[in-house]
Structures are given as C-alpha cells and as structure tokens.
Design a protein around this ligand. Structure first.
Ligand code: NAD
Length: 300
C-alpha cells in the first residue's frame, strides 16, 4: 500500500467515522479540526464508535482501544499534513468553506500529499484549481455508518492522474471498503444517479393518483425480486429529505409534477408527523410494515 499516514480534515459525523475506520485497519491517522473545542467533540464522537464496532463487528476491547490510540488530533493545519500521504476532507458541504480550506491546504501540504473530498453533492472539479494540485485530487465518498455500509465511491475529475486514482482505489480496499470506481464526474455518484430518479418516478405515480403505495411497491418487488419497493426505501431515507429533493427539483425546473409531489409529502405525511421509519410511520407503519407481511406478494 502506497499510503501509510492519513489525515482526516473535519471530525464531524462522517470524518470521525472515516478516521476511526482507517485507524481500525492499522493506519496512522491525524484528525484536523478548526479549533480545540471542535477537536474535543471529534474525540467524543470517535470514542462513541468503540462500542458500535464491538457490537456490530465483534471487535475485541484490545482492537477498539488500539485503533483509537493510532489517532492523533490537531488544529494546526501545517502539522496535520506534514507527514500525510493522503488527506481526506470531510468538512461542511459549503462551497466557500471548502474552497478556502483547499487554498490554505495546497500551500502547506507536502508535494506528495493526495487530497480526496468526501463531498456528497459537490464535484471535485469545483475545487481542483484551489488545491494547486489537480492531478492529485479526486473524490472518495463514503456512506454513513461506514463500518457497516462499506461502499467507497472513488471519482476522478478530468485532471486526476490515473495512478493516483488507482492508489486511492487500493487504499479504499485496504480500509475494508468495497471500492466503486467512477471514471468520470457524475453528480450524485452512482447510487443517487440511480436512486433519485427511481424514487421520483414512484412518487409521481402516487401524486398523479395512478396507483397506491402498496400496489407500486408490490409491482416492483414481484417483477424484480427486490426485497423492498420505492416507498419502503423512502421511509428509510426520510420523507423530509424526499420533500427537500422534490421542492428543489420543482424550483429548479418549474416542473408541476415535482411540485405536486412536494405538496403531497407535506400535507399528507410530514404535517401529520409521518416522516418515515425513524418516527414509526411514513408510507408504512413500523415496526411491522405491511410489505413485510408473508402474504404481501400473494394474490388475494
Ligand atoms: P458535520 O457537520 O457533521 O462535520 C463537519 C466538521 O467539519 C465539523 O466537525 C466542523 O467543526 C468541521 N469543520 C468546519 N470547518 C472546517 C474547516 N475549515 N477545517 C476543518 N474542519 C472544519 O458534517 P458531515 O455530515 O460529517 O459531512 C462532512 C462532509 O461529508 C460533507 O461534504 C458531506 O457532504 C459529506 N458526507 C456526509 C454524509 C452524512 O451522512 N452525513 C455522508 C457522505 C458524505
């Protein structure tokens, strides 16, 4: 493995998970945060991951403690990257914050350091110039609860060096991820490029009163053998997120169908406290939703 020393910038929800997973797999990790208060919060988040690794992965006491001991913490950017082979950025999803960060980072990082962004919605080409090293910059996108949902989407931008791309793929594998390479920039990566239109189509069928929730899910489940239909998936995603996406689409395109979907989600579900699985009710009622009933897929 070409990389030994890894720096993670941002110790929030995802940064703390990336740092701990990387240390758990034997790498030396440095967490960089904006100030000492933020560092304390990051330490707590990482400490809280120990019991999750024990419960979900069966990790031993010794393993979870020694992983933590491989992590150092600093709010000094030059120190944070002085030895770094790879820096993974997981700071807020705000263009100005990221641009400012890469501009500063590019000036203090050694020439060898590769930069990777964990951004969910912004493209690496938006920051490639600011890094000052576009050939050593790309996206490395993880999913929440990285130790269980172990996908890593690795996405080039036009200027990324092919060897760097391959090295980051190897690194993702080395930290226990299933590496999913994207050879071109794609907003939403692979997963959301598939999922968002699929879920939108299902919601449109409902908003236009073509068919009801259960019929739409049943169709998908029987015809494809999938364990869940689009509305069961939407309950996991959360209806507020679905509403935000539909509203953004309606505002961006002026599309009346998206507006209809957004209105339906708000008036029939969100306003009535039905926000998805987390709240006990969304399109289905939990913990025993009808789509899980053994007779759900049988003809009546
Ligand atoms: P978060 O708000 O939980 O954490 C961001 C952290 O960055 C905070 O701890 C904050 O103190 C720190 N920070 C702010 N400015 C900084 C700076 N200039 N330098 C260093 N640290 C700074 O956010 P998050 O949910 O962890 O998301 C971080 C990135 O990961 C985003 O780009 C997001 O799109 C991506 N992401 C998030 C998820 C998710 O489910 N939360 C999933 C995949 C990818």
């Amino acid at each position: 493995m070409a990389y030994k020393q890894i720096t993670v910038a941002g110790g929030g929800v995802l940064g703390s998970q990336i740092a701990y997973q990387t240390a758990f797999k034997g790498f030396d990790v440095c967490v960089y945060e904006i100030d000492d208060k933020a560092l304390e919060r990051a330490k707590k988040r990482i400490m809280d991951l120990k019991p999750r690794y024990q419960k979900d992965l069966g990790a031993s006491e010794e393993e979870v403690h020694s992983a933590y001991d491989r992590i150092t913490f600093t709010s000094d950017l030059s120190k944070a990257v002085a030895e770094a082979d790879l820096l993974i950025e997981a700071i807020p999803e705000v263009v100005d914050i990221k641009t400012d960060f890469y501009t500063k980072l590019g000036k203090v990082a050694p020439a060898k350091t590769v930069f990777a962004t964990n951004s969910s919605t912004l493209l690496p080409s938006q920051f490639a110039d600011a890094t000052g090293r576009p050939e050593k910059f790309l996206a490395l996108h993880f999913a929440n609860e990285i130790w269980k949902n172990n996908t890593a989407e690795i996405m080039k931008h036009q200027g990324t060096d092919m060897n760097v791309f391959q090295e980051v793929i190897q690194f993702a594998k080395a930290i226990g991820m299933v590496a999913l390479p994207l050879y071109k920039e794609q907003p939403g990566y692979i997963l959301n490029s598939l999922l968002v239109p699929f879920l939108s189509a299902a919601q449109s069928l409902l908003a236009k009163e073509v068919a009801d929730v259960e019929t739409i899910d049943k169709t998908w489940m029987i015809a494809t053998g999938a364990p869940q239909g689009p509305f069961a998936i939407l309950d996991v995603v959360g209806l507020k997120t679905a509403f935000n996406i539909a509203l953004a689409q309606a505002e961006a395109t002026g599309d009346p169908e998206s507006k209809k979907v957004a209105d339906l989600l708000k008036t029939e579900y969100i306003d009535k406290g039905k926000r998805g699985k987390e709240t006990g009710e969304g399109f289905y009622t939990y913990p025993h939703p009808s789509f899980m009933h053994p007779d759900f897929l049988k003809s009546e």
